[in-house]
Design a binder for this molecule. Sequence first.
Ligand SMILES: *Cc1c(COP(=O)(O)O)cnc(C)c1O
Length: 417
Amino acid sequence: MNGHEQVIGSYRTQGGELLVGGVPLARLTQRVGTTPYFAYDRGRLLERVSRVRGALPPSVQLSYAVKANPFVPVVQALAQVVDRFDVASGRELRTALDTTVPASRVSFAGPGKSRQELAQAVAAGATIELESRGEAVRVAETGNALGIRPRVAVRVNPDFVVKGSGMRMGGGAQQFGVDAEAVPDLLRWLGEADVDLLGFHVFAGSQNLSAEVLADAQRRTVDLVVELAADCVDPVRYVNLGGGFGIPYFEKDSPLDLEAVGAGLAAAVDRLGRALPEAQPVIELGRYLVGEAGVYVTRVIDRKESRGQVFLVVDGGLHHQLAASGNFGQVIRRNYPLAIGNRMGEAPTEPTNVVGKSCTPLDLLGDRLDLPLATEGDLVVVFQAGAYGLTASPTAFLSHPEAVEVLVGDAPAKETS
Ligand SMILES: *Cc1c(COP(=O)(O)O)cnc(C)c1O
């Protein structure tokens, strides 16, 4: 059966069914064996990485921030195409160390690293991004205890703010990083300590859709790092410029102009290279690499009407995909892109609420969306679910079963074959 193919958004459909990794949705669902589930499309994942590679200056190393999606097959697939990993916990560190990416290209950022986690990172030879003076002391002590010289970088809380970030993680008072003005003093302390200081890390914010703002942040980050480098004893060898590349979640969002970001970054790393010739520039991305490669699929259990409104009750909800319910840091709740995945291309017939099975009005996946008529057994697909999905959701809430995750599809065809 070769149904007619059409394209909805950037998604292909066939005979009214969404294709995920080239597989029609109903068949994929049978193959997975259960709903709800997350499906990540390998082709989309790898294609995205190669687009990023094509746009970024070749001297820049690309790091994947594992917390965006730590599903082991995804991390293993990305290990083949990225240069580095950024991890935020001892468990993510183990996931990264299981890949072919060498430990020397794994960096460990985040507040509140325990002594146990620090020991893991020191023993592995990963780079610890110091978040405070206290952490610097603990790392040095750990290194002494293990007889291994820790590799460290200083995470700097910049003295500027990046506007328009979905989540601000730099500027002002922060639990992240060492305030820029306190860094010279810390560098003097590190100069006396038995640690290998590689360089700096600045991560100013996340989910930014403006190439101009990102370019400005990168330029100011380079200025800051060059200034701070004056107080380093050894040449700076590592400069992690952060990332923050956003993806469009809502109707009014426009995708990031990746070429413009690449051009801005080229200018920034050019300046960096002239001031600090031994510094390796790094960009770390999470959602931009994986977010658009994933869908969350959940089945309609009930269709009911209440005082003139239609409700589709599905077998999943916010306990798997919190962000789509609007409760993951959003100020205003807006609908994530959502479709009835086995009725693609059918005309919308009625404004429909899509709700999860948790006993709270917060469990709303779709608020009065124009959807085709759907009934019990139909498959609701929530898009942009590849990042901060399952592992960023309260999976224990109401003790519902966890969602399954799968990685599907082939790598994109090589140009030569
Ligand atoms: C979370 C995080 C990232 C990834 O952010 P995205 O918005 O997913 O790209 C990168 N770097 C650090 C330090 C982070 O904490």
